[in-house]
Design a protein around this ligand. Structure first.
Ligand SMILES: [Zn+2]
Ligand SMILES: [Zn+2]
Ligand SMILES: [Zn+2]
Length: 135
């Protein structure tokens, strides 16, 4: 018999199942050979988590996904942070919020967000906001 059966058989490199459809592994997976659909999906998931969830985006530490913290939107950081980086960011964030970034006065509860065109980070006090907006 020739035809269908003359084709070389291929097996999944992970589970050794005979393949009807070959799936190619990605280079970064360090896998040689072909994969069946199931193993392909499994590896995809595994490496997707590697790439996105197990790494602090600031220092690159990999303390495990349970020890990573989601960064806050206003930090301009996308992804996950390890505890030390998260704490540091939060501290910086708090400090920026507490004082007027122009005169250094305590802002307290009533703070004013500077206008975009002022190019300032943080908050301004009432006095500075007033004097800026007057001009
Ligand atoms: Zn397989
Ligand atoms: Zn970190
Ligand atoms: Zn001020």
């Amino acid at each position: 018999m020739v035809g269908l059966f003359s084709k070389e058989k291929a097996f999944c490199t992970v589970c050794k199942k005979e393949l009807s459809h070959k799936h190619k592994p990605k280079k970064s997976w360090n896998v040689t050979g072909s994969l069946c659909g199931n193993c392909h999906v499994d590896l995809m998931k595994e490496h997707f988590e590697d790439d996105n969830d197990n790494k602090c985006v600031l220092c690159g530490a990999t303390p495990g996904s349970f020890n990573l913290w989601k960064s806050k939107k206003e930090w301009g950081v996308q992804g996950w942070l390890c505890k030390p980086c998260f704490d540091q960011k939060e501290k910086q964030d708090d400090e920026l919020k507490k004082f007027c970034c122009l005169c250094g006065a305590k802002v307290g509860f009533i703070s004013y967000a500077p206008k975009k065109e002022w190019n300032l980070k943080g908050q301004v006090c009432k006095n500075c906001w007033n004097s800026r907006t007057k001009n």
